[in-house]
Design a protein around this ligand. Structure first.
Ligand code: AMP
Ligand code: MG
Length: 432
């Protein structure tokens, strides 16, 4: 794999000297997209397969149902026997027996006869329709029918649900609960799915306390572990995070060599004295990109260490989220066979006021949606994680743009599309 041409820090220690130049977003995505393709397939029992990505095409080899099936409780009849029946012209039929689900009815229905039938039962030979029980009156071994039915009425034909030879699903489909239901209907016990990417989270920082700690003195409680854990799971990963790692090169090196498809390092990704991960990755593997023209998260990096993809995410939580979403999440989704695009719904609305940006870098601007307008959040520092919890979503401003004037229409990626539908902002489903 070639190193990225003279971008930022590659195989040399530039700590405390800053980034020489930064890779563009397009360059990063191009490098990344060249690295990623779905992992190998694995066989799973159906009850574990929902939400997983199919690694095989599914072609149905049988008809479902495999027999003519009653769709109502009532009477299996010969449709022509019912012609002309009304409440004022009731017609008699002889009841010759009872058909139950799971049992073949032994004899054949002749003209003038019917069989009491339950929903789901096979239609007796000779019958071709079901007359609902409500349209009949029972008198001894006979019913008086008050309505007519056409042939096939209330009868599911053979293969009505799925017929033999149907291409049910294509490889790449993320299975819904109803999909595993269908797979069971057509006789599958197991299904081939894309293996989940294994992700090792390496959260570094001597100042960090583990989740559940009240921060004291000059220490802070780690926000990135639970956030990254949730992001990785959202994108279909198997996560391993054994706990905070100190800013110690030996410990970080061991973590970088962990058995995983993806290593996410949080913190120490920049060019400071305690930023070890870029140097270690350059020494042991390939630091392909270091320093990206994006705000926040410009001190991010990525590369490879053997088979592992390594992402160096800045410790500032907003930068960490942003770098994850632009790069690591995309990789994890593709490795797991999912869509490379963001799982955020997009909505286009006018800005309530101007949204400024600097030429030469992409901006990730957190925004609120109010009165059907997009309002940029005033506080947007990389360390202010609450800017992302107060925001409804974000706007990506391209590198060649100085931003947008008030009333310009912008695309907002919604962190939570469903919740905003229900919020007091007045959105309705047809906004989407
Ligand atoms: P770093 O990227 O390690 O230079 O960290 C940049 C800033 O983010 C510093 O103020 C760190 O204290 C803070 N930070 C680093 N890691 C975390 C974390 N896991 N949770 C919250 N803040 C962090
Ligand atoms: Mg740090």
């Amino acid at each position: 794999m070639p190193d990225y041409p003279s971008r930022g820090l590659t195989n040399q220690d530039v700590r405390m000297r800053g980034f020489a130049n930064r890779a563009t977003l397009e360059e990063c995505l191009k490098w990344l997209d060249d690295q990623i393709s779905p992992l190998a397939a694995t066989e799973l029992p159906l009850c574990e397969a929902a939400d997983r990505v199919l690694a095989e095409d599914i072609i149905c080899e049988i008809d479902v149902p495999g027999f003519r099936r009653a769709m109502m409780d009532g009477y299996a009849v010969v449709a022509t026997d019912t012609a002309g029946a009304t409440p004022y012209n009731r017609l008699p039929l002889d009841v010759i027996g009872h058909a139950f689900p799971g049992q073949e009815f032994k004899s054949k229905i002749e003209v003038g006869q019917c069989v009491r039938i339950m929903t789901g039962s096979p239609l007796p030979a000779g019958s071709d329709a079901v007359l609902p029980a409500e349209q009949t009156e029972v008198v001894g071994n006979r019913i008086w029918i008050q309505a007519d039915v056409s042939p096939k009425k209330h009868v599911a034909s053979v293969g009505e649900d799925i017929s033999r030879g149907t291409h049910v699903f294509r490889a790449g489909r993320q299975l819904r609960p109803q999909d595993v239901g269908i797979l069971s209907s057509i006789g599958r016990a197991n299904v081939s799915v894309v293996r989940k990417p294994r992700v090792r989270i390496v959260v570094t920082g001597n100042e960090l306390l583990p989740t559940g700690s009240i921060p004291t003195g000059c220490q802070i409680t780690d926000a990135n572990s639970p956030m990254l854990d949730a992001l990785c799971r959202r994108d279909g990963a198997l996560v391993h995070n054994p706990g905070i790692v100190p800013d110690d090169p030996k410990t970080i090196r061991t973590a970088l060599h962990d058995q995983a498809d993806v290593i996410l390092v949080s913190g120490g990704s920049s060019v400071g004295q305690e930023d070890h991960a870029p140097v270690l990755l350059a020494e042991d593997g390939n630091l392909a990109i270091h320093g990206i023209a994006i705000r926040p998260s410009s001190p991010a990096g990525m590369g490879r260490l053997g088979q592992r993809l390594v992402f160096l995410l800045p410790g500032n939580p907003v930068s960490c989220l942003c770098a994850y979403d632009f790069f690591a999440g995309r990789a994890i989704r593709v490795l797991g066979g999912r869509e490379r695009t963001w799982p955020y719904p997009k909505i286009r609305l006018p800005l309530s006021r101007k949204l400024v940006s600097t030429i030469g870098r992409v901006d990730y601007a957190r925004v609120i949606i109010a009165d059907n307008q997009v309002e940029p959040l005033a506080i947007s520092g990389a360390s202010v994680l609450s800017s992302t919890t107060r925001a409804d979503g974000f706007v990506v401003i391209p590198a060649n743009s100085e931003g947008y004037a008030p009333a310009s229409e912008v695309d907002v990626f919604l962190y939570d599309g469903v919740r905003i539908l229900k919020s007091e902002t007045g959105f309705r489903a047809d906004n989407f």
